[in-house]
Write a protein that binds this ligand. Structure first.
Ligand SMILES: [Zn+2]
Length: 656
């Protein structure tokens, strides 16, 4: 007994020593780099077909293809990376937004770089993925003119020599470069043009020379509230792409340096290490900042292999889960404010939907964990489609899952006269032209990451109609994925190789699929359907995912239905008011009010709760209690991505 006690004491003291050492070790120490599980394919190796292609074409005919003519004053008339670079003399700028000036004035100065950079990024990728020669020609000219703004020392950015890399206050130095360089890297991926590559490399080198790692503080600021400064943390997106293209370690190490400096400064940002590791500290900040900060943290963990960063990431993911609505959208309208998900009251921003999706894609690449694929699909098919107008070229800047009014304020709220975000617009200039550019990025980012490579395997991660052309083991593989997914659960794959070739085809099995029917023998491993064979000239593989509609519960005890990756909603009949028609015919600003506003309630009953309509696939009928009429009524449920006003969640009916 005594011996055991002594042994216990010994073990405990060793553990305490380990703990003490762990506490002294910095979470930013580099231990052992972790390789990524998967390699993303190059942009344009996955080309969209079917509804995905149609959607990009619609965007190109609307806000993505024409944003420069919809808001010329923010794009064409402000050469912010060139002749209109910011100097100490510039004190204010017209950005169109309805906002109080003063304290925040200085942050507005970089706004147009975000609008321009993110718009070009989505526009370039959309034109490449649809092979639109007219738009590609215009983009080629733009690339030449932006490269011409590069200084002899490599500087590409928005500040004149009196300001650059020399700030005590809010600034957009790294953020303006991030949005620009992401778009240039997209163009380089498509063209392989070495002139573009050298320009990007010199611009990144210029940052690393002027903000030397370990010897500078790019995130230092006198006041803790920042916008462009802290958006600049996702400069790691550029660095990570550069690392994947070159294998050059300095790019990854610089990511770790940036995240460390960001964490060590006094800033009101959720993604700082010390806040993340405290599970009791809720997410408070500007949603789009918070959700994009998952990426720099993830790349820092993989660059360092430091388990303390893994712990921070795990807690961060739990905190995000609490803010996540049924559509997958994370709360933040604009700020999160410590609120949990709530289908009626927690609004979300289109920008944040894109950024969180991109963060989950980053984790999918790193881990190969299929659950991130489910998260990406949930966001893209429900939140993103559900805030995009079904027929016009316009989006909601803010939306809620239960959307009873889209007249400016949240669900009909008129207390803030400047609130215009809850309605459809192809620009949202009164608030900020941030969400519309991101609405042009989200489709291309989904499409590029539908397929990835892993050793001797080609992996379908995100499902949908597309064609793949890639090289593995020196051989070209052409693959067609023919499907209406997620609006059907059958997929036909046509795999062609020039000569017989052995490799694995892996397909992510969605978590909702109860069973799989396959025309070829397969094994299931780590959530993937694995087909390991020698592929002949052309092989056809048919896959069907078997599932039923599922009744789900929110954390507030409300219910909603899903079918496959789709969240279902009851569409609410509405009166449409077109408040502005733009010269581009599909671009309109629109408001919607319900006729009438009935909020249905759910009466629990045994047996199947909903049934699919025979005449309309993916359309369902259910019965719900109407508190206005006092009777149960049969109502429609459709994919929420196809709705304008809608009810997604239903309170349980309680007899008074
Ligand atoms: Zn936005």
């Amino acid at each position: 007994m005594k011996l055991i006690t002594l042994q216990c004491v010994l073990v405990m003291s060793i553990m305490l020593m380990h703990d003490a050492r762990a506490q002294h070790e910095s979470p930013f120490d580099k231990i052992n780099q972790i390789p990524e599980a998967l390699s993303p394919l190059n942009l344009s190796q996955v080309m969209p077909t079917g509804w995905l292609k149609t959607q990009l074409e619609e965007n190109l005919r609307g806000f993505t293809g024409h944003l420069d003519s919809l808001v010329p004053e923010l794009i064409i008339e402000d050469d912010i990376y060139g002749t209109d670079r910011l100097t100490r003399q510039v004190k204010s700028k017209d950005l169109g937004a309805l906002s109080d000036a003063g304290e925040w004035q200085v942050q507005f100065l970089w706004w147009n770089s975000e609008t321009q950079g993110n718009w070009w990024d989505g526009y370039i990728r959309s034109a490449i993925l649809t092979n639109d020669t007219g738009h590609l020609k215009k983009i080629k000219a733009h690339i030449q003119s932006i490269l011409a703004t590069q200084d002899t020392d490599g500087y590409l950015g928005i500040y004149d020599t009196d300001l650059r890399y020399n700030f005590e206050t809010e600034n957009g130095e790294l953020w303006a470069k991030t949005t620009l360089l992401r778009s240039l890297l997209a163009w380089y991926a498509y063209t392989g043009d070495s002139v573009v590559w050298i320009a990007v490399k010199r611009a990144v080198d210029n940052v690393m020379v002027n903000y030397p790692p370990g010897l500078s503080h790019p995130f230092h600021i006198h006041k803790p509230d920042a916008g462009g400064l802290t958006h600049g943390l996702v400069f790691t997106d550029v660095l990570e792409t550069m690392y994947r293209l070159t294998g050059h370690q300095a790019y990854l190490d610089y990511c770790l340096f940036l995240y460390r400096d960001f964490s060590q400064q006094e800033l009101n940002e959720d993604g700082q290490y010390d806040k993340l590791v405290k599970p009791g500290v809720p997410l408070l900040g500007h949603g789009v900042h918070t959700y994009e900060q998952l990426r720099p943290l993830a790349v820092s963990y993989y660059a360092s292999g430091n388990v303390q960063l893994k712990t921070a990431m795990d807690i961060f993911l739990q905190k995000i889960e609490i803010t996540t609505n049924p559509s997958g959208a994370p709360t933040g309208d604009e700020f999160i404010g410590g609120r949990n998900a709530d289908a009626t009251h927690s609004g979300y921003e289109y920008c944040a939907v894109h950024e969180l999706m991109d963060s989950y894609i980053s984790l999918l690449i790193k881990t190969g964990d299929v659950s991130y694929g489910d998260k990406v699909e949930r966001l893209f098919f429900n939140a993103a489609q559900g805030a995009r107008h079904p027929s016009a070229s316009a989006i909601c800047y803010l939306k809620t899952d239960n959307s009873y009014y889209l007249t400016g304020g949240k669900n009909g709220d008129t207390s803030d006269k400047n609130q215009t975000r809850y309605r459809y617009s192809p620009v949202h200039k009164e608030a900020a032209v941030c969400c519309v550019p991101n609405a042009g990025r989200i489709g291309p980012y989904y499409i590029q990451h539908m397929w990835m490579q892993e050793d001797n395997a080609l992996v379908a991660e995100l499902l949908g109609p597309c064609e793949v052309s890639t090289i593995m083991g020196g051989h070209r593989i052409l693959l067609k994925e023919i499907t209406e997914y997620p609006y059907a659960h059958k997929i036909r794959f046509e795999v062609s190789t020039g000569e017989p070739m052995k490799f694995q085809l892996k397909i992510r099995k969605p978590s909702w699929a109860n069973d799989v029917k396959s025309s070829l023998p397969y094994t299931l491993k780590d959530g993937y359907i694995v087909i390991d064979k020698t592929w002949g000239k052309t092989t056809v593989l048919s896959i069907e995912f078997i599932s039923q509609p599922v009744l789900q519960h929110t954390s507030q005890g409300e219910i909603y239905f899903t079918y496959g990756p789709l969240v279902l909603a009851h569409p609410i009949e509405a009166v449409e008011t077109i408040t502005r028609q733009y010269a581009v015919s599909t671009c309109k600003e629109m408001k919607y009010a319900p006729v009438p506003k009935t909020i249905y309630q759910y009466i629990s009953k045994p047996g199947p709760q909903i049934k699919e309509r025979r005449d309309k696939p993916m359309n369902f009928l259910t019965s719900m209690f109407n508190p206005d009429s006092g009777i149960e009524e049969t109502i429609d449920l459709v994919p929420m991505g196809q709705t304008i006003l809608r009810q997604v969640t239903f309170q349980q009916y309680r007899k008074e």
